[in-house]
Design a protein around this ligand. Structure first.
Ligand code: NAD
Length: 447
């Protein structure tokens, strides 16, 4: 089935309960009634963060794994429970105001699009989508319907990231030429597709787990939970996982848009798993905060290169295991991932940032550092809830998230063409290299 048809079908299912955007502001007692799709793994964290807001009523839970669903239901016994998000959205209709999508990447767009067609506010985990065409469609629908949306990049609302953004924008390292970013995580798989099939556990609805994606025989421990992110049919590899978080601050701070060229240095594609090691180089048109040409280089699997002049720290200190280095005309800014202050390096020595931080703090834009992950993390979720209730705006709405996700996904696609520079024509939404366009979309399976 084509994505268009899926959206049409699900919209038809939902049309009986179609509501105008903004209806949540009228919900009873000023409460926001949330429905959660995927309540294990990150979904369990998302649930906790939503529940920590006084105005939130956890109204419905959906998971294809009955054990996971039962565990979440124990914590939120008043919520209605479902295995199929389509049934949940159709049945509950106007009884919910916002939908939280925390399922694996391949289900983000189908579930979010259906919810948005119904006029719901949507909080969707990162990366926003599995395919470039889906990211563009999500952005358009959210804008057309004027919906409150937020992508689950909670670190976007953390103190250190906001601080780094303002420092970079103040010109502390001059115009930025390059950003290097790295993670040693390995969400790739260089082996062959496993042979045979294992019995599907009774507690798992494998057909619903697969959703619109390609059908595969079930194999224990290979897909569900978490390992799906290593596989091209369901996830986006390490770049789509950690890259979204770590590139978010440079992307936002430098006001980047869509890249012009992308090259991924990795092994040959095998059609099943993502490469275990990737070095992805992007070139972007310049912005007011960059030199005329700007380059972003991403390293995963092994993390940062052992020796690189841009990544050398004073006193031969070790680089943080994950992070980003802004290389400017006047110096460098290191942003460890995460919850550590950025560090300024000029002429090979660390510089005192006290005065710069005081200036930024005085501007009232960043608040005080909260050195507690849970407390910091909640801010991003509460921002969404408050925006739904008419207070303030989201800082990672789909208009932003779709561009960041598209950029990330172009690097994922470049992994299909190792060491080849791909040229992206953003206006036409096409690569100049025709063979790469086949990976911008994928047919939706009927399920
Ligand atoms: N923002 C963050 O820091 C962060 C951290 C981890 C994961 N994530 C994102 O969260 C999402 C989930 O990742 P995870 O690590 O929790 O994966 P996971 O496989 O551990 O958990 C996914 C959950 O969704 C359920 N599920 C799968 N398909 C479903 C469907 N069609 N309908 C309802 N439930 C379904 C699974 O049973 C499971 O409970 C991913 O998009 C991932 O990128 C974000």
């Amino acid at each position: 089935m084509k994505r268009r048809d899926f959206v049409k079908n699900t919209a038809a299912i939902a049309s009986a309960s179609l509501l105008p955007a903004g209806v949540w502001a009228l919900s009873k007692d000023g409460k926001l009634r949330t429905a959660h799709i995927g309540v294990g793994g990150m979904g369990a964290e998302d649930l906790k963060s939503f529940a920590s807001h006084d105005a939130v009523e956890i109204t419905a839970l959906c998971d294809v794994d009955a054990n996971t669903l039962a565990a979440a239901h124990k914590l939120y016994p008043n919520a209605k429970i479902f295995a199929d998000y389509r049934v949940m959205l159709k049945e509950l209709g106007s009884q919910i105001d916002a939908v939280v999508v925390s399922a694996p990447d391949h289900t983000h767009a189908p579930a979010s699009m259906m919810a948005m067609e119904m006029g719901k506010a949507v909080y969707c985990q990162k990366p926003l989508t599995h395919h470039v065409t889906e990211a563009r469609a999500m952005r358009k629908l959210a804008e057309d319907k004027n919906l409150v949306t937020q992508m689950g990049i909670q670190v976007h609302s953390f103190y250190d990231y906001k601080l780094a953004t303002l420092l970079i924008q103040s010109g502390i390292v001059g115009k930025v030429k390059t950003v290097h970013a790295w993670s040693p995580k390995n969400w790739g798989y260089d082996g062959p597709a496993p042979a045979g099939a294992d019995p599907i556990p009774e507690h798992l609805d494998w057909n619903l787990w697969l959703g619109t994606s390609a059908e595969r025989p079930y194999k224990e421990g290979v897909y569900h939970p978490a390992n799906w992110r290593k596989l091209v049919d369901y996830g986006c590899g390490t770049l789509g996982d950690m890259g979204v978080h770590i590139f978010d601050t440079p992307y936002n701070a430098l006001e980047l848009d869509i890249p012009k060229t992308i090259k991924n240095k990795c092994r040959k594609p095998n059609g099943y798993g993502f490469p275990e090691h990737n070095i992805v180089t992007y070139e972007f048109p310049g912005t007011q905060y960059t030199t005329e040409k700007f380059k972003w280089v991403w390293y995963d699997g092994e993390g940062a290169p052992k020796k690189h002049k841009d990544l050398k720290l004073p006193d031969n200190q070790k680089l943080p295991s994950q992070g980003a280095m802004f290389v400017g005309e006047k110096g460098r800014l290191l942003l460890p991932h995460f919850m550590e202050l950025p560090r300024l390096i000029i002429d090979g020595a660390y510089q005192d940032l006290t005065e710069d931080i005081a200036k930024v703090t005085a501007s009232g834009q960043i608040g005080a550092p909260i050195r507690d992950y849970e407390a910091e993390g909640k801010k991003h979720y509460h921002q969404f809830v408050n925006a739904c209730l008419g207070e303030g705006q989201c800082t990672a709405p789909f208009s932003y998230a779709a561009r960041l996700t598209e950029t990330i996904l172009l690097g994922v696609i470049a992994g299909r063409f190792p060491n080849k520079t791909l040229h992206w024509n953003s206006e036409a939404s096409r690569f100049d290299e025709e063979e790469a366009n086949a990976f911008l979309d994928a047919p939706y399976r009927d399920f």
